[in-house]
Design a protein around this ligand. Structure first.
Ligand SMILES: [Cu+2]
Length: 616
């Protein structure tokens, strides 16, 4: 480990080969960087699975009256594609960036609760596996749509797939709320000297904001899922109208979660774009504090718009008007982010690297999604196109045109820091154009299909509806996206093995993660940095006297020791949920499910005791 004194300030360039860790290292790690890599690998695998599910759906809708898939299978794919992309691809890929880079951006050696953080990853994986296990057991995958409206999810209408879905989602809810607690405490307590809240990078701020969104939005859906579980397993009637229950209760509980969830998906992506734009414009981000405050504003108001998903549920003109107004208000701070991005580019000397191309494409693509969002916020307009392909176009422009394009940009931007090597720029640029053209070819026609009356979630359509050409275009577009994503996978693997060496700071960036080695040592920094502005690395490299200070002596660094407890507790939660699942199979051995669940609960109590008594 290199010692650094005040006069040797140039960061030591370490062309270290990433250490190869054994399986035990990965299973017992408390290192936020390794947990970030685990989230990245699992989310990219689920991105491919979700993409494949979408490909099958588009093959079915390539031509009218197609018989490639039957209706139930198609509905299962619709449900699993959305659930996978939202909960198992975009959210965990965001968690990958949060885990790897937040401690580095705030100049910290670690997160506040490394084991809790590891537990949140393994619980996420347990939830993801339970949801996908639905394909292989009982009546197959849930076929109720990703927002699982009651009473369709009730035991009278939906098979075992829904039990896998709601129990898996419950595990994901626990994982997210635990992760949220860890990051809120880390960001508030572990910043290095001089790293005031308003000096934190925008990515850290957006991750900070969504932790509160996660902490406050998951409880409503967890309650909704528990009530659904009771209705399905114990015959209660929370959502059964004829018995005095109310299916709209589910809609409110789901969207109280569901809308803040869309900001959980988009704000970090906006944060990544805010990191990339200034670096390749060679200019500071325009109005950084405005971008931060607009993110905070969106976080708050985002909890007051949920029923704009229910304009056709008969809430009445007063509620419609109220939720239309709050939704329109959110367009303001969202616009601030777009205009500040454009202002950063104004008169800039732009370098068109692959990460910059993705970040630039975010602006127009997300804006198209935002504009159709404003239209959908008006009840009279929404009632015309509700549940049509116009809505499908809208949320894919914000979630693919927004989140996915930005996250892809983040992969190319941060790969050098994680691996010590650069990704191939030529392959990157081909990926960019294939994906961008494919994305627009797939989803832009859907605006027109929706206006022409094509509902969403239909597994086929008649030949005389006039939707043939636009559907064929949409299906061709998916093949471009598949080809682009395959090129990304190839580039990631090949560049990891023999990409050009990157060094600490290949992009000449401004934030602290670029101060340390690529990849960073397990303790992150050789010394605790002291910063004086939002752009410590630019100060450090460009301004005499604005050096990142280093103490005279090398610090004694204690890092958490590996532990099996986080993964054991997560697996026990999986066993507990599987026990409950088994009871729903209605066989005479159903009681065994309770035995399994009870023993898992006992195991959880014992391991919880071990957890709190085991030294870190
Ligand atoms: Cu919404």
């Amino acid at each position: 480990m290199a010692s650094q004194t005040a006069d040797s300030m140039a960061p030591i360039m370490h062309f270290a080969r990433p250490t190869v860790y054994g399986l035990t290292d990965w299973l017992t790690t408390g290192d936020h960087k390794k947990i970030g890599v685990l989230y990245a690998i699992s989310s990219l695998i689920f991105l491919v699975i979700g993409g494949f599910e979408a490909l099958l759906m588009r093959l079915q809708l390539a031509v009218p009256d197609n018989t490639f898939l039957d209706g139930h299978t198609f509905n299962g794919l619709v449900t699993m594609h959305a659930t996978t992309m939202v909960f198992l691809a975009v959210m965990p890929l965001t968690a990958a960036f949060a885990n790897y880079f937040i401690p580095l951006q705030i100049g910290a050696r670690d997160v506040a609760f490394p084991r809790l953080n590891a537990f949140s990853f393994w619980t996420f994986l347990v939830g993801a596996l339970i949801i996908n296990a639905s394909f292989f057991f009982g009546e197959g995958a849930p076929a109720v749509g990703w927002f699982g409206y009651a009473p369709l999810t009730g035991a009278d209408y939906a098979g075992s797939g829904v039990d896998f879905w709601f129990l898996g989602l419950a595990a994901l809810a626990v994982s997210s709320m635990v992760a949220g607690t860890n990051f809120i405490v880390t960001i508030l307590n572990m910043r290095c000297p001089g790293m005031t809240l308003m000096r934190m990078p925008v990515l850290t701020w957006m991750i900070f904001i969504i932790q509160f969104l996660l902490a406050f939005s998951f409880p409503p859906i967890l309650v909704g899922l528990i009530l659904l579980g009771f209705d399905r397993m114990f015959g209660t009637v929370f959502y059964t109208v004829s018995m005095g229950g109310d299916p709209q209760l589910w809609q409110h509980l789901f969207w109280l979660f569901g809308h803040p969830e869309v900001y959980v998906l988009i704000l970090p992506a906006m944060g990544i774009v805010s990191e990339i734009l200034p670096v390749f414009s060679r200019k500071p981000l325009f109005g950084q504090s405005f971008i931060v405050f607009s993110g905070i504003f969106i976080g708050f108001v985002g909890f007051g718009v949920w029923a704009h998903h229910m304009f056709t549920a008969g809430m009445g003109p007063l509620a419609d008007a109220a939720f239309a107004t709050t939704t329109a208000i959110i367009a303001g701070p969202t616009g601030v982010k777009i205009f500040n991005g454009l202002a950063t580019l104004w008169k800039a000397k732009i370098t068109f690297t692959t990460p910059m191309l993705f970040a630039l494409s975010f602006i127009p693509m997300f804006t198209i999604g935002g504009l159709s969002g404003i239209m959908l916020a008006s009840p009279p307009l929404d009632i015309q196109v509700h549940d049509s392909h116009s809505v499908v176009a809208h949320f894919h422009y914000v979630l693919v045109g927004g989140s996915i394009l930005a996250l892809f940009g983040g992969l190319y931007f941060y790969f050098p820091k994680v691996t010590g090597r650069m990704m191939n720029e030529t392959l990157g640029k081909i990926h960019f154009w294939l994906f961008l053209i494919g994305f627009n070819l797939t989803f832009f026609p859907m605006h027109f299909l929706g206006n022409q009356g094509m509902p969403r979630r239909i597994y086929t359509f008649p030949a005389d509806a006039g939707w043939n050409v636009l559907n064929a275009m949409a299906t061709i577009g998916v093949f471009f996206m598949v080809a682009g994503t395959a090129l990304l996978a190839y580039n990631l693997i090949v560049s990891y093995q023999r990409g050009r060496l990157a060094g600490n700071d290949p992009w000449d960036a401004s934030t602290l993660e670029w101060l340390t080695d690529s990849p960073p040592p397990v303790f992150n920094f050789y010394f605790t940095p002291t910063v004086r502005s939002e752009r410590p690395m630019w100060d450090h490299k460009r301004t005499e006297g604005m050096q990142i200070e280093a103490p005279g002596t090398v610090e004694q660094i204690h890092m958490p020791s590996p532990s099996w407890i986080p993964i054991i507790v997560a697996v026990l939660i999986g066993v507990l949920l599987t026990g409950f699942l088994y009871t729903t199979f209605g066989s005479e051995t159903a009681w065994m499910g309770f035995v399994v669940a009870a023993s898992a609960a006992l195991g959880l109590i014992i391991s919880a005791y071990k957890w709190v008594t085991q030294p870190v």
